[in-house]
Design a protein around this ligand. Structure first.
Ligand code: HMG
Ligand code: MG
Length: 298
């Protein structure tokens, strides 16, 4: 295979995307054990929580406590989801140095997820971007529903690319392209990624694929030769979006890292430790890891 990257940056989203869908409230200590385990396994980017409305996502009501318990480590970037100024201010007070704003390429999904239109979401981000710049906080952007929407069906890749460019133009250092409902297949993923790469430098694009239909690894593989070098993943395949019916977990970090290492692509992650983290959080949740590699690992 040609044009493969030498290394890939993994952004671990399990403490936020992974846990936000869990009905039973998970203790702060369990969340911190997950985050510390990921850090010990060599993960350098960890989305630790979200400063969203606790009425909308009760699981993340403890975001300030989670941040207060983080182990200081300059080599690790801890980030948090912030939908608006209120979330940003809380994240800042909690000592977070990187935040993520999120919108979608689908109007109806945005209404269900953050109660506003795509245009209104950008209006909400404007003060967040300004405050972030003032405080030296890095901002990542998410676009949801890049390969299909649970309410609208097909999504025009041009709309995805336009929304991604707008996030970059507003000051996001990177845009993560979310197949929220895991509906895409490799050709569609590659076409969408190429379209985005025409408007946004490829090194500023990340892949955020949910594995609902078992396509996530194939979709990632289709984008790697196109220049994709940042992959969001979730240990034990945890995850899902409460506002996208049927959206199951993100692609499991174990599956992604196994595939990349098998192809000689470096991630800096220790597979044995990662597998143990996946097993520990799965045990805490009372079910086996949603990751073939984890289940097959010795
Ligand atoms: P709203 O109801 O339209 O907002 O919600 P509002 O400004 O009218 O405020 C309503 C209440 O929420 C008020 O409280 C606010 O103070 C409070 P009340 O007066 O009723 O007591 N509030 C907040 N509280 C804490 N933190 C905040 C905050 N903001 C307002 N930041 C809002 C708008 C965006 C807040 C709401 O819709 C929300 O929190 N949505 C979050 C949805 C969410 O977390 N979805 C999952 C994450 S996105 C995802 O999973 C996709 C992704 O993984 C990529 C992919 O897979 O595609 C990123
Ligand atoms: Mg997601």
């Amino acid at each position: 295979m040609s044009n493969m990257p030498e290394n890939v940056r993994i952004v671990e989203v399990s403490p936020r995307d992974g846990l936000q869908n869990e009905k039973q409230i998970i203790p702060v200590e369990t969340k911190l054990a997950l985050i510390n385990g990921l850090r010990d396994a060599g993960v350098k980017d960890i989305e630790v929580t979200g400063f969203v409305s606790p009425k909308w996502v009760p699981q993340l009501a403890d975001s300030s406590e989670v941040c207060a318990g983080l182990t200081a480590d300059d080599s690790v970037r801890y980030s948090a989801l912030t939908p608006n100024m209120k979330g940003f201010e809380k994240a800042l007070a909690a000592g977070i140095k990187e935040v993520a704003v999120f919108t979608a390429a689908s109007e109806s999904f945005n209404q269900k997820n953050i109660n506003c239109s795509i245009a209104e979401s950008f209006e909400r981000f404007a003060p967040v971007m300004a405050a972030a710049q003032q405080h030296g906080i890095k901002v990542r952007g998410y676009v949801s529903c890049v390969l299909g929407c649970p309410y609208e069906g097909d999504i025009d890749p041009q709309v995805v690319a336009d929304v991604a460019k707008k996030l970059i133009d507003m000051g996001c250092y990177e845009v993560s392209l979310g197949d929220t409902i895991g509906i895409g297949t490799p050709q569609a993923a590659a076409d969408m990624f190429k379209m985005c790469a025409e408007l946004v430098p490829v090194e500023q694009l990340a892949l955020h694929f949910h594995d609902t239909r078992g396509q996530a690894l194939a979709n990632i593989l289709a984008c790697l030769p196109l220049g994709a070098k940042v992959i969001d993943a979730s240990v034990a395949g945890l995850g899902g979006c409460p506002y996208a019916k049927g959206a199951t977990g993100n692609v499991s970090t174990e599956n992604v890292v196994y595939m990349l290492h098998g192809m000689g692509i470096e991630t800096g992650i220790d597979m044995d430790r990662l597998v143990q983290v996946g097993r520990d959080i799965s045990e805490a949740l009372g079910r086996p890891p949603n990751s073939q590699v984890n289940n097959a690992w010795g």
